[in-house]
Design a protein around this ligand. Structure first.
Ligand code: SAH
Length: 223
C-alpha cells in the first residue's frame, strides 16, 4: 500500500456520493439508527484506506485486501461493531488491530480519544500516516500485541477488537472501566461477535452475530 500513488482520476464528490449510497443501502437499511455513527461513515473517506487498485471498490459491500494477508472490514461490520459501543463523544477507546486505520478514523470521529494497537509494523506505519494526513489529533498508536491491551492507558470506556482470538482475552476485560462496553470476535472457524458490558459489579457477555475475521496473531514470547 505504501508504494501506491494517490489516485487523482476520480473526483472527491464522486466518492462522497458513493459513501451516501453505501450508508443508505448497506448500513441504514440493515438497521443501524445512531445518527452519529451514520454521519461518521458518511464522512470518513474509506477509499484512502485501501490500496489504489481497490479504490473503486472501496464502498462496496465487502471486505478488501490491505496487504500482509490482512483485510479492511466490510463497512456494515465496522458500523455494527462501532454502534454496539454506544459512543457519545466523551469516551476513551481502545482498538486492537488498526489494520488500514479506517475504523480508527471512524472511532476518532465518535469518541474523545482512541488508543490503537497494530501488530504488523508496515500496516501500523501506513495507518498512522493517513490518520495524520486526515488531521485526526486524538489517536495514539502502538505497534505490538494487542492481546495484552494497553495497561498504562487503561481503563477504557470502550474496547473494540478487529482480529479473532480463540477466547476473550482476560487482560482486555480487566482494562474495561465500570460502565464500559467491549465488542470482540471470538472463535476459530466458527466465530461470533461477543458484546461485554461492565455493569460496575460484574461483566456480562452477550453473543451477537456470526462473523469471519482474520485470526489474532500472537507474538512468540506471549504464547
Ligand atoms: N479494523 C481494521 C481491520 C484490520 S484486519 C480495518 O478495517 O482495516 C485485523 C488487523 O488486526 C490486522 O491488521 C492484523 O495485523 C491485526 N492484528 C492481528 N493480531 C493482532 C494483535 N495480537 N495485536 C494487534 N493487532 C493485531
Amino acid at each position: 500500500m505504501g508504494q501506491d500513488k494517490p489516485n487523482n482520476q476520480t473526483p472527491d464528490n464522486e466518492f462522497a456520493e458513493k459513501r451516501q449510497i453505501m450508508v443508505a443501502s448497506q448500513i441504514r437499511r440493515r438497521g443501524i439508527k445512531d445518527e452519529r455513527v451514520l454521519a461518521a461513515l458518511e464522512k470518513v473517506p474509506r477509499h484512502l484506506f485501501v490500496p489504489v487498485r481497490y479504490q473503486r471498490q472501496a464502498y462496496s459491500d465487502e471486505p478488501l485486501p490491505i496487504g500482509m494477508n490482512q483485510t479492511i472490514s466490510q463497512p456494515y461490520i465496522v458500523a455494527y461493531m462501532v454502534d454496539q459501543l454506544q459512543l457519545n463523544g466523551s469516551e476513551r477507546v481502545l482498538e486492537i488491530g488498526a489494520g488500514s486505520g479506517y475504523q480508527t478514523a471512524v472511532l476518532a470521529e465518535l469518541s474523545r480519544r482512541v488508543f490503537t494497537i497494530e501488530i504488523i509494523p508496515q500496516l501500523a506505519r501506513q495507518a498512522k500516516k493517513i490518520i495524520a494526513q486526515l488531521g485526526y489529533k486524538n489517536v495514539e498508536f502502538r505497534t505490538g500485541d494487542g492481546y495484552l491491551g494497553w495497561p498504562e492507558a487503561a481503563p477504557f470506556d470502550a474496547i473494540i477488537v478487529s482480529a479473532a482470538p480463540l477466547a476473550i482475552p482476560t487482560l482486555l476485560i480487566e482494562q474495561l472501566a465500570p460502565g464500559g462496553r467491549m465488542i470482540v470476535p471470538v472463535g476459530e472457524d466458527q466465530q461470533d461477535l461477543v458484546f461485554l458490558l461492565h455493569t460496575g459489579e460484574r461483566v456480562e457477555q452477550f453473543r451477537k452475530i456470526p462473523v469471519r475475521f482474520v485470526p489474532m496473531i500472537r507474538k512468540k514470547e506471549a504464547e
